[in-house]
Ligand binder design. Sequence first.
Ligand SMILES: Cc1cc2nc3c(=O)[nH]c(=O)nc-3n(C[C@H](O)[C@H](O)[C@H](O)COP(=O)(O)O)c2cc1C
Length: 168
Amino acid sequence: MKKTGLIYSFNTKKTAIAAKLIHEAFSTKNIDIVNAEDIDEKKFLSYDLLILGVPTWFDGELPNYWDEFVPAIEDMDLKGKTVAIFGNGDQRGYPENFVDGIGIMADILEKRGAKIIGHTSVEGYEFERSKAQRGSMLAGLALDFENQRKLNKERIAKWVDQLKKEFN
Ligand SMILES: Cc1cc2nc3c(=O)[nH]c(=O)nc-3n(C[C@H](O)[C@H](O)[C@H](O)COP(=O)(O)O)c2cc1C
């Protein structure tokens, strides 16, 4: 059976809220919830579908817990793995680095052979630049608690439906 891991930092507030909503939207108990701050290579590679919570910090960078795991990812063979990334960002506060973390992580994973699913449209967001942008799409689900919190539930429901279709 295919294994799914939902990986995010348990020390976050907003990412943890988003992760709970994503878990509920899947309406299955068949998803492991894993703390990104405790992740290791073996655990990461034990999943077929990885759903990663990657907020953007430090003006366009990954949070420390993901940054520290990047060298391990860069040594992995991720062929056959499917990854979906959701990430918090603040489009008004950081319009030149909006959800960069999603794009940084997607690039790293793709280089190792992973397939990224769950791309979403840039429509509905206002920003100047984002490393997550691929044409008219973002390389994952962008959530903006600061400016568009009310849209979270709807965006998550739509994204999870999309993931169910794209991963089968
Ligand atoms: C110091 C600081 C830097 C940030 N840098 C960015 C950024 O470069 N791009 C962005 O989209 N959001 C940025 N944000 C906004 C966060 O991504 C946003 O608040 C997010 O919800 C944090 O999620 P978390 O609390 O779950 O880690 C920054 C926030 C802070 C406080």
